[in-house]
Design a protein around this ligand. Sequence first.
Ligand code: PLP
Length: 368
Amino acid sequence: MLKVPFLDLRVTDERERAEILSGIERILMHGRVLLGPEVDEFEQKVAARVGRRYAVGCNSGPDALIIAMRALRIGPGDEVIVPALSFIATANAVSLVGATPVFADTDDNLNMSAESVERLVTPATKAIIPVHWTGHMCEMDSLIAVAQKFGLHVVEDASQAFDAAIGPRKAGSYGVIGCFSMNSMKVFSSLGAAGILVTDDAALRERCVTLRYHRLVNREYCTELAQNSRLDTVQAAVLLVRLERLEGVIDKRRQNAAYLNQRLQNHVCVPWEPEGQRHVYYTYTIQADRRDELAIFLASQNIETKIQHPLLLPQHPIYGGRARGEWTRAYCLIKRVLCLPSNEKLTDTQLERVADAVIEFAASRVAA
Ligand SMILES: Cc1ncc(COP(=O)(O)O)c(C=O)c1O
């Protein structure tokens, strides 16, 4: 039975492979293998694409978040509100700088709820980290309004949402700092680990540049704790090639999502994209009754799916028992979510098989 993979990380496009190899070849020839012209160019292009003045490349999404927390002088005694539903890195970035993550509930779109955030603010709250989950942007106007009301920093974790937008405004352009992961599974991906942060604030940019390399000021004086988190030059070269192709990748993912929406909307709860928003479909996440049975059925059809995530952040052993926050709705939703394959490399036949199989499952349950 034809396999439908969730992702295919091979570089099968001949032209893309040739462009990546020639980018690496250029680095071999100029020899500036730490930061260098590729990283500079990548930072400039990302800043322009997101609509910000500056970008600072770093080693991963979590490193971008940690640098952002440090740049804003968030540390012990401070609280940062994060969504209960996210990848563990969002909360760990807060904990790793010595601050305390507080967990907010989600709205029906699986994103952080502004009402929940407002209920959780205390005098110790310094920042909120909205995560644009699945590639769908949070309700930024409501979240920004809460942040302004209480004088909180907004740091976006836009790891899943590079190039997503609300009208003309891109993910990463709302907060004082926007953070991205470009790991190899992302829509805009490197060939390994990579990340970047963006800001309009020149002083913050300066701090971030030194915080990404041991906070060495004038190359010699370490003034605060920080790690080495420089963006790899080779990854920057790969990302420059992929930035040129990104529009095509996102278009294909959006077409795949539109097809699946149209086929599945009467059978399961499909992702919702409000008028004027651009969802980039990092994952195509449905909500379904009997989710586990559906996942098992799809696996029996050789269709790979993912549950992102089976645990909320406050349920991880590292936070369990002592986590503060609210997550009633998120707790219901994580029992229903399932990510279906919808990546840009799928053929029409593979995509059709995904839709057929979900419909077959739903119909058999109705009949039973
Ligand atoms: C929302 C979110 N934050 C952070 C990360 C971590 O990024 P990285 O893979 O660069 O460690 C991810 C990666 O999947 C993510 O989805």
